[in-house]
Design a binder for this molecule. Structure first.
Ligand SMILES: C[S@@+](CC[C@H](N)C(=O)[O-])C[C@H]1O[C@@H](n2cnc3c(N)ncnc32)[C@H](O)[C@@H]1O
Length: 257
């Protein structure tokens, strides 16, 4: 795989380092972006979700118990609605009120429930077989607290299936790799235009760069066993320079009983 020649694809869209922000700020950003994001997803423009990360999660769920699923950071609910087709019961939770409103309005199924909550504060009487976190943790300022609560929500043999942007290649893709403020080994809050492959400038969101070791160490230190790690290429609709490096990472981690 010739990934060294990868071209930055989105460096024309200004991205800047900002001071750390809290979850309220992040949720407000997603409140604003929600309607445009749902429209983009529904018109088939979010091919990373519909062709790469979503299918990867659904494929890997086939091999594990998935009667009760929780989709944390579910956004406007597209993936939750797919999960509800294979689960007995599915919960989608998100801290963005507007996203949850849009999800509840659009996807109505008897076994699909949407709740506005932060991940760390969510409580349930149900033990979940699988927790899905699709493209959430690199947008989550409190991801370690989120992870601790996810472990409580999982059943004894429950699995966490997560995707994140690939920290080694995303800086190149978003064009901030050579900025003087960028240091791969630091946690850095970066504000900029939220864009997907087929639609640019959906709104402003904050992305948190963390080195890959931060995610791996935290999963291990919280007592999860990493069962799979897959580096995901972009979708078939991408241009050649976009598909020669992995843009996303999928991790499956199991709770050790
Ligand atoms: C990039 S979007 C992904 C949405 C959805 N999972 C998808 O794949 O389309 C990230 C979402 O995570 C939510 N989020 C981030 N941190 C969260 C937290 N700690 N608790 C609840 N939701 C959170 C945001 O509000 C946003 O809707």
């Amino acid at each position: 795989m010739n990934w060294k020649k990868a071209e930055p694809k989105q460096n024309s869209l200004m991205r800047k380092k900002i001071n750390p922000v809290n979850l309220d700020t992040i949720s407000q950003e997603w409140d604003i972006v929600g309607p445009a994001r749902q429209a983009a997803i529904e018109s088939g423009k979010d091919i990373s979700l519909s062709k790469v990360t979503g299918p990867c999660i659904l494929e890997n769920l086939r091999e594990i118990k998935h009667n009760h699923i929780i989709d944390v950071g579910c956004g406007t609910g597209f993936l939750s609605s797919k999960l509800a087709t294979i689960a007995d019961e599915c919960w989608g939770i998100d801290s963005s009120k507007e996203s949850i409103k849009l999800a509840s309005r659009k996807y109505k199924k008897d076994n699909l429930h949407f709740v506005c909550s932060s991940i760390k504060e969510y409580k349930s009487g149900i033990s979940f077989d699988a927790c899905i976190a699709n493209m959430v943790f690199m947008d989550d300022p409190e991801w370690t607290d989120s992870l601790k609560n996810i472990i409580k929500l999982l059943s004894p043999n429950g699995k966490l299936l997560m995707t994140i942007t690939h920290p080694c290649f995303w800086p190149q893709y978003w064009g901030y790799q050579d900025e003087n403020w960028f240091n791969y080994l630091e946690e850095i809050f970066i504000q900029g235009s939220f864009s997907i492959t087929l639609e640019r400038n959906i709104g402003t969101t904050t992305h948190i760069h963390r080195p890959l070791s931060n995610y791996i160490s935290m999963l291990l230190s919280q007592g999860l066993a990493i069962e799979k790690l897959i580096e995901l290429q972009s979708s078939a609709n991408s241009t050649p320079s976009e598909i020669n490096y992995p843009r996303f990472i999928f991790i499956q981690a199991g709770k050790i009983v």
